[in-house]
Write a protein that binds this ligand. Structure first.
Ligand SMILES: Cc1cc2nc3c(=O)[nH]c(=O)nc-3n(C[C@H](O)[C@H](O)[C@H](O)COP(=O)(O)O)c2cc1C
Length: 190
């Protein structure tokens, strides 16, 4: 698949199953994140890999933490999350490191760099034939889940999870927005 064909055919999916990417493929996928644009070379992206049986612990952690912090999941949502994660071979937890000693590059630029790193991961996973989905479910917006993953809230903006696996169903091409709705030419007012 050409690079452009991969970029144009990627779409997010939760229809995944094992096996996940091989160790070599996972290293390739993660290596693409290191190629993200990055003002000031701050390399703010941080990833924690959650694999195999540890994924069930992550699901329990999210459910228990949401409950403890007064945001319990509805039973259907809990079941859907557990079913999805139960089929996932690898989950990548994503955070952006906030370097308080650097006030030259605004924090939103660091988060954009981390977002671009995640985009590379999504595209690389797709280019290798895997399905992936970026989610800020799974207890992202709790105190306990990022903390338990080692992302101290004082130092990190926690940005959720990328779940990757083999496609259990072929990707259905998505209709994408018309360029004209999003792109226009600018002309100077002369
Ligand atoms: C930062 C971020 C967080 C997201 N979190 C969720 C989420 O929690 N639940 C969800 O259904 N979609 C979420 N999405 C959207 C999906 O990842 C996906 O982009 C969307 O379903 C559209 O699919 P597409 O990527 O094929 O266009 C999130 C997207 C981003 C960029």
């Amino acid at each position: 698949m050409s690079v452009l064909a991969a970029l144009l055919s990627r779409s997010s999916t939760k229809q995944i199953q094992g096996p996940g990417p091989s160790e070599h493929e996972l290293q390739q996928i993660l290596a693409t994140a290191m190629c993200a644009p990055d003002h000031g070379r701050l390399q703010p992206w941080r990833f924690k890999l959650v694999r195999g049986e540890h994924i069930a612990y992550l699901a329990d952690l999210a459910v228990d933490t949401l409950q403890a912090e007064g945001k319990p999941l509805e039973p259907t949502k809990e079941k859907n999350m557990r079913d999805w994660l139960g089929r996932a071979p690898v989950v990548i937890a994503v955070a952006s490191y906030v370097d308080h000693s650097n006030d030259r590059i605004p924090e939103h630029e660091r988060m954009l760099a981390t977002g671009a790193a995640v985009m590379n991961i999504l595209n690389a996973a797709h280019a290798l034939g895997y399905g992936a989905f970026w989610s800020t479910g799974i207890g992202t917006y709790t105190q306990g889940v990022p903390q338990a993953l080692g992302f101290d809230a004082l130092e990190h903006e926690f940005l959720g999870f990328v779940v990757i696996g083999s496609l259990s169903e072929p990707l259905v091409p998505k209709e994408r927005p018309a360029l004209a709705d999003h792109v226009s030419d600018w002309q100077p007012n002369i």
